[in-house]
Design a protein around this ligand. Structure first.
Ligand SMILES: Cc1cc2nc3c(=O)[nH]c(=O)nc-3n(C[C@H](O)[C@H](O)[C@H](O)COP(=O)(O)OP(=O)(O)OC[C@H]3O[C@@H](n4cnc5c(N)ncnc54)[C@H](O)[C@@H]3O)c2cc1C
Length: 561
């Protein structure tokens, strides 16, 4: 085995009487010292995947008795797969002759907020959940309204999509407790650090049941099989602290007193006929990128927004083994010790970005429409990323000027048209039109299709022919580029499944950069992805926290009923 550098990166910390020893002697005898020490190590995958092997490695490298290393905690983990020999880079804290005194994550205290001033949180996705929890921390009572069902009931409606080919417009892969990210890969990394620190969000996830591994992994993910329990635990924290959560309760209007938001009107869909309810207080609006009725309502009510670019394209699915072989440069794939391989591609074609989006190694392609007459794809993976397939969105940047007209909602209308065309090409069911990747690039219909994880089924279709040329031509060129960079990636073993359209919000609801309040309406805090200020689970969570802080500041200056 090749041994790589093993360096202590901070000073040793000895405790009690032993601490004096460090001062007195140049190098204390570690065998009778209680201390922690941090190392950066670069090891083979079989060493990096197992705590005992890491201990043995450090002991050997530092000349320690392995029995004195009581525990190791991995603080950072990343895989270096750039070359044929693959290494795992770790930052490790070793506990010598002692055990950790603290939990692996930082715990947040949630006080009882019963009877405290209330803030209305519309939407229980990551934006709404993190906003609610932060409100509690700050001494305010969140009242959460969610149009969908609780996360367990929601699962049943998603299963029905495959069974009946029908989508419940209130309970689906985008709507319901946990929001769009509840049934996903649960990737928890964000390219954007500018929206605020992400560590808090990760720690809150751990406190509610996510593995502490998400704090150390360079590309953390939770997995669709583990996320629902974490989300339920977060909801229970809200309820135990005195907050409220109303399922099947859809906001239909914002109540205004002049330019001040007094609350919202909502439809109670848990009873028949539906009832109407009013909830009073400032409003954090975190309704996600798929609530088209909300955008239409806001546009109709003259609430200031601006069009925003999105990206559209397809889901591309390869055999996971093939991606492993390509990424790990080995015909044996990932072997026993490496995770299912990820990839990320980006290029420019005719002035627009074309890139992979929301990659799901070892996952499923899923039907994520939110209404009738739409076919929309997305992806999710279980925690072990263990299916036979790896998929990613392959999308082309679409700017407001790329779409005809000057309407505020023109990008949303474009999305809707493409989703409806896709549904029509798929025989007016949730069966998705699909084409083998090399056939698409060569402009040929696929005579058959490979096996796929997409449960409602695929139907062979000439995507190169009917998808908008703006998208199809750029994807064809980009795939050739990606195939040149990753030998074997451009292949007929891969299938393109149409259409990927819900990549982000088609508008931005305008808010003040400092107060995060709507530019005109006092007491309205547009939040998360739907408002145009986040692009994933973590960034939506961070934005939720910030909106809660600003809502609390606003409340401290006004008296609420
Ligand atoms: C299948 C899938 C997989 C994904 N995978 C990942 C991933 O691995 N990693 C990642 O970072 N991101 C992923 N994303 C994106 C991520 O889920 C979103 O960025 C994130 O959920 C946005 O959070 P949000 O709270 O702003 O909005 P959402 O999560 O969309 O939540 C909005 C909530 O508001 C509710 N709502 C809407 N309208 C109303 C109304 N009128 N009244 C009451 N409630 C309403 C909705 O039901 C929903 O629950 C995925 C998305 C999908 C669809």
């Amino acid at each position: 085995m090749r041994i790589h550098g093993c360096t202590a990166v901070n000073a040793r910390v000895c405790n009690g009487a032993e601490r004096q020893m460090t001062h007195l002697r140049a190098r204390p005898s570690i065998s009778n010292c209680y201390m922690t020490e941090e190392y950066q190590i670069r090891v083979l995958p079989q060493v990096g995947c197992d705590e005992e092997n890491i201990k043995a490695y450090i002991a050997r490298e530092k000349g320690l008795d392995a029995r004195t290393i009581k525990q190791v905690r991995v603080l950072k983990r990343s895989i270096d797969a750039r070359h044929r020999d693959i290494y795992v880079n770790l930052t490790v804290r070793a506990y010598i002759n002692e055990y950790p005194q603290d939990e692996a994550y930082v715990r947040t205290e949630y006080p009882d907020v019963s009877g405290k001033p209330q803030v209305i949180v519309v939407g229980e996705g990551p934006g709404g959940l993190f906003a609610s929890l932060r409100l509690i921390e700050l001494g305010y009572r969140p009242v959460v309204l969610e149009r969908g069902k609780d996360v367990r009931e929601r699962k049943k409606d998603m299963a029905l999509i495959t069974k009946t080919q029908e989508v419940n417009p209130e309970s689906n892969y985008c709507f319901g407790e946990g929001g769009a990210g509840a049934f996903s890969d649960g990737k928890l990394y964000t390219r954007s650090k500018k929206r605020g620190p992400t560590e808090k969000v990760l720690n809150v996830f751990c406190q509610h049941g996510a593995s502490a591994g998400i704090l150390s992994d360079a590309h953390p993910h939770i997995g669709t099989d583990k996320l629902p329990r974490v989300i339920e635990n977060m909801r229970n924290t809200i309820l135990k602290s005195g907050g409220e959560v109303h399922f099947q309760t859809k906001m239909t209007a914002i109540l205004l007193e002049g330019n001040k938001v007094a609350g919202v009107r909502a439809e109670d869909m848990s009873v028949r006929p539906y009832g109407t309810k009013e909830f009073r207080g400032p409003v954090i609006l975190a309704t996600g990128h798929s609530a088209r009725d909300v955008y239409r309502y806001l546009a109709g009510a003259g609430i200031e927004m601006e069009p925003k670019g999105i990206a559209v394209g397809v889901r591309l699915e390869h055999p996971a083994e093939l991606i492993d072989q390509i990424q790990y440069h080995s015909k044996n794939g990932r072997g026993k010790y490496l995770p299912t391989a990820e990839y990320s591609f980006v290029t420019q074609v005719e002035g627009r970005g074309v890139y992979s989006f929301c990659m799901c190694p070892g996952g499923f392609v899923i039907p994520s429409a939110t209404g009738p007459e739409q076919t929309v794809t997305n992806g999710m993976s279980p925690a072990n990323r263990g299916t036979k397939w790896s998929n990613a969105g392959m999308v082309v940047q679409l700017n407001p000027e790329d779409v005809e007209g000057d309407g505020l909602l023109r990008i949303m209308d474009y999305q809707e048209r493409l989703e409806r065309d896709t549904w029509q090409q798929g025989n007016r069911r949730q069966t998705a039109p699909a084409q083998r990747m090399a056939d698409f690039v060569n402009g040929r219909l696929s005579y058959d299709l490979p096996k796929s994880s997409y449960a409602p089924g695929l139907i062979s279709s000439p995507l190169h022919f009917w998808m908008p040329p703006f998208v199809a031509k750029r994807l064809q060129e980009a795939f050739k580029t990606f195939g040149r960079h990753a030998h074997g990636f451009l292949t007929n073993e891969a299938v393109m499944i149409a259409s990927e359209t819900r990549t982000s919000s088609p508008v931005r609801i305008l808010r003040d950069r400092t107060t995060l309040m709507h530019v005109r309406l006092q007491g309205l805090f547009p939040c998360g992805e739907g408002a145009g200020y986040a692009g994933g689970i973590v960034s939506a969570g961070v934005d939720g926290e910030r909106c809660a802080e600003m809502a609390a500041e606003y409340c401290s200056g006004i008296s609420l009923s």
